[in-house]
Design a protein around this ligand. Structure first.
Ligand code: URA
Ligand code: SF4
Length: 220
């Protein structure tokens, strides 16, 4: 990495994407600008920004945590194993994955570098990084104006609803909350990666589908 990139990052107490977010131009302008974001240090070790994907007309926005290994390499959200499981669960619940807008609370992959030659493992983003990246999510919400937000797991929940969010307490419920100054309707559920890690994968998967069915009923 060049030193100019390092110095271009804001000081630690001022991590924010805010100065990089354009005020106009829709999703294409946001995506272009996000590719240049230096709002926090996560851009340094990641391959590229992984911005949200989908139509500005989407009725439902799915919010995950942050890109994983495959997403980092391909530049698209939820294209790895968690994304495949999510697409299957959405379709089973009656939501066309192709019609959803899919994004993450944090737009750069945070990689652990303990064993450089092993498969790159993601590390949960800190509150500071989630807060820094929040202006991108706020801008996506302002453009897409979804009827419903599906919150995928604890990190997305904390990013949208605050640090007291507990996914086990509210999963499968319909919440009405003000987010970035706008009234939003949300259905939280578990992160699809947690299904892949569960001891009882089948029942974890059923639980995810049941929560997504709550979302599907709202959209129907
Ligand atoms: N997990 C996430 O939270 N987001 C992705 O895009 C991929 C995996
Ligand atoms: Fe910008 Fe978000 Fe990437 Fe940090 S994680 S550099 S705030 S896009």
């Amino acid at each position: 990495m060049s030193s100019s990139r390092t110095t271009a990052t804001a000081p630690e107490d001022a991590y924010t994407a805010e100065p990089f977010v354009p005020g106009r131009g829709g999703l294409p302008a946001l995506r272009r600008a996000a590719a240049e974001c230096r709002g926090c240090p996560l851009h340094r070790d990641a391959t590229q920004t992984v911005f949200g994907a989908g139509s500005a007309d989407a009725r439902v926005m799915l919010v995950g945590e942050q890109p994983g290994d495959q997403e980092d390499l391909r530049g698209e959200p939820f294209v790895g194993p968690a994304g495949k499981l999510l697409d299957r669960a959405l379709a089973e619940a009656g939501i066309d994955p192709g019609e959803a807008y899919v994004t993450n609370a944090v737009k750069h992959f945070k990689v652990t570098r303990a064993e450089p030659r092993k498969r790159r493992i993601h590390k949960a983003p800190s509150l500071r990084e989630m807060t820094a990246c929040g202006p991108w999510l706020a801008a996506e919400l302002a453009v897409v104006e979804p009827e419903l937000i599906v919150v995928l797991g604890a990190t997305a929940g904390k990013a949208l609803l605050g640090s007291s969010f507990r996914v086990t307490e509210v999963r499968g419920q319909v919440l009405e909350e003000e987010i970035h100054g706008r009234p939003e309707r949300l259905v939280p559920t578990v992160h699809p990666s947690s299904v892949l890690r569960a001891d009882d994968r089948e029942s974890a998967y059923r639980g995810l589908v049941a929560d997504l069915e709550v979302a599907a009923r709202i959209l129907s």
